[in-house]
Write a protein that binds this ligand. Structure first.
Ligand code: F6R
Length: 602
């Protein structure tokens, strides 16, 4: 949600800045811009629209200079116009600022600055920052001190990068929104996320809340707000630029769907023993003291959390999943004997981080299930389980859902064994089947008929997805994916709920995707028949030869496996259906309207 890039070093900054913006576009695509400093001052190019629009304008602008900042925007304050695009400046344009987050006291600051004679040209909360820096420069402070003073006045969440005319430095501050420093051979980077500069370096330092970083051509200095040096580790990320690129695929989403044999193999590698049925989740402490588990998450990760809840309950563990953004008003009771699992791909979702904070305030033990090693969720929790899915750039989460679901299934067994001495999961069978999981996923990806099914049901009134047990969160996730990238009406229901209301919407124009996981399939079949009776075409997602195929209009095949894995495999078929349906509608599949990856505002 908004992407920031900064670069300082030898050679021209503009190319790495534009590359960075292209790599960060998944975080926001309402507008983009860059500011580059050279001997003649600070030059800015910014536009509403995509990074491509700005890149074209940059081509004609001859932006020379070895240091600069850039931004791709997901609008919060003010619509996506040229004026609201970042970077923002003060009246004299000697300070330029990019920002991700929300400055909560911007109205009061703006009023005070206006009274002091400052004129504003945008509706953004960000614009107060260059004016504040300018005010302190006017009072005679050096740029670094002026930046620090300005940051001290801000309330809310922010990742900020600023440059000042006359200073060969980038000033950055982090409070609640991610920022990472990259160390390349010929200079330094600053960005919201590592893929921004992965072509140039994989050596990084994740900034922490309260950090101020100053990047100069000869080094990076990280301090706290007061200027006291802060020790922050350098890490080497195990992602590479190829993984973060689109390769030969038309869309990141399709690339990421087809990567699932690999991402799932990475997720489970070394974490179970197929021969003994032992599930070893590396160095996670014993869960013997855990009385109950509460999973907190949003969106697709919430559906994975619901999947995990089914596995936990089936293992004999008291478990609840709650939307992270509902925690403050509708939280279940928690205490020291509660394990709170934050399920979050990015590890930066503001709602989920707020829920982690809530859990810690109540003394609960916390665990992050995340894809990003240096993320806020990873740093703020007691323990971490990394899903090892590699970078996910498509805004619609795909490969990370399947990795979250499979790891929660393993974790459920481990928690049950530690806390109750036994587990209701048929884990030996599960472990045996995990061996074949990557092959099963490959066969789905290679042989799926999702494209023809998407074509067959193109242009209908609405699309319903139903399932029970593990199939219910999969139905919810199938519908979320479908609506998110096609902009068509889609809903997911527990199949038994259809008759309690939603059936009123079912007509011959509403295809119903029914997920059969091998458990209580007869009941799901009855529920699907309630839809066919009203003329709705049913697409059965089940193994070949399954009796649901007889009543269905169409069939998407999944192998006949352990129910935990059936649900996960059904998800992959539904991801492909959504992808092909969106493709027929010529949607911006990787950048669906109004959305962005990594939602860093509450
Ligand atoms: C949908 C999607 C979102 C995210 C949600 C949480 O395809 O990707 O619903 O799942 O914003 O994000 P993370 O998992 O990063 O916390």
């Amino acid at each position: 949600m908004c992407g920031i890039i900064g670069r300082i070093g030898r050679g021209e900054a503009i190319e790495p800045l534009v590359t960075g913006l292209e790599n960060l576009e998944y975080r926001g695509y309402d507008s983009a811009g860059v500011a580059v400093r050279n001997g003649a001052g600070i030059e800015i190019v910014k536009r509403s629209g995509t990074v491509d629009t700005v890149a074209e304008a940059i081509d004609g602008a001859d932006l020379g200079g070895s240091l600069g900042i850039g931004h791709t925007r997901w609008s919060t304050h003010g619509p996506p116009t040229d004026e609201n695009a970042h970077p923002h400046t003060c009246a004299t344009s000697d300070v330029a600022v990019v920002h991700n987050g929300v400055i909560e006291n911007h109205a009061a600051l703006r009023a005070r600055l206006r009274d002091a004679g400052h004129e504003f040209t945008s509706e953004t909360d960000t614009e107060v920052v260059p004016h504040l820096v300018h005010e302190h420069l006017d009072r005679g402070l050096e740029p670094e001190a002026a930046f620090r003073r300005a940051v001290d006045e801000l309330e809310g969440s922010y990742a900020i990068a600023a440059i000042c005319d006359g200073a060969t430095a980038i000033y950055a501050a982090r409070q609640g929104s991610p920022l990472v420093v990259g160390y390349a051979g010929d200079g330094y980077f600053l960005a919201s996320d590592v893929p921004a500069f992965l072509e140039y370096t994989d050596t990084v330092t994740y900034l922490e809340d309260g950090d101020v970083a100053v990047l100069r051509p000869d080094g990076v200095r990280i301090t706290d707000r007061t200027g006291t040096p802060a020790r922050r580790d350098r890490q080497t990320v195990d992602w590479n630029a190829g993984e973060a690129g689109k390769g030969d695929f038309d869309h990141y989403m399709l690339k990421e769907i087809t990567e699932q044999p690999t991402s799932l193999a990475q997720a489970i590698e070394g974490r179970y023993d197929a021969d003994t049925g032992r599930i070893a989740l590396e160095d996670l402490d014993s869960f013997a003291d855990v009385e109950r588990v509460v999973l907190v998450a949003c969106g697709t990760s919430y559906h994975a959390a619901k999947y995990g809840t089914v596995a936990l309950r089936r293992s004999g563990v008291d478990a609840t999943a709650i939307l992270a953004n509902e925690c403050s008003l509708a939280a279940p009771p928690i205490d020291e004997e509660t394990l709170v699992i934050a399920v979050t791909q990015s590890g930066e979702t503001a709602d989920t981080l707020a829920a982690v904070d809530w859990a810690k305030r109540h003394g609960a033990r916390t665990l992050a299930l995340t894809n990003v090693v240096g993320s806020s969720a990873a740093r703020e929790t007691d323990q971490q389980l990394f899903i090892r899915a590699g970078p996910e750039i498509g805004v619609a989460a795909t490969k990370t859902f399947s990795s979250q679901a499979v790891l929660l299934s393993l974790l459920a067994h481990r928690i049950a064994v530690d806390s109750t001495g036994t587990s209701g999961l048929a884990h030996e069978e599960l472990c045996r089947e995990l061996e074949r999981l990557p092959d099963h996923v490959s066969s789905i990806v290679d042989e799926s008929t999702a494209a023809s099914i998407a074509t067959r049901y193109h242009g209908r009134d609405a699309y319903f997805f139903i399932g029970r047990g593990y199939g219910y969160p999969v139905a919810k996730e199938g519908a979320l994916k479908f609506k998110e990238i096609t902009y068509e009406h889609a809903e997911g229901f527990a199949s038994g709920e259809l008759k309690h209301g939603p059936l009123a919407l079912v007509t011959p124009e509403t295809p119903v995707y029914a997920i059969f996981t091998g458990e209580e399939d007869g009941v799901t079949r009855t529920n699907a028949a309630e839809a066919t009776t009203r003329g709705a075409p049913v697409v059965a997602i089940c193994p070949p030869g399954h009796d649901a195929i007889e009543l269905a209009d169409a069939h998407l095949a999944i192998p006949d496996v352990h129910p935990i894995l059936s649900g996960l495999l059904a998800t992959i078929q539904l991801q492909l259906v959504s992808y092909h349906a969106a493709s027929l509608l010529d949607r911006e599949i990787d950048k669906p309207r109004n959305l962005a990856k990594s939602v860093t505002v509450e």
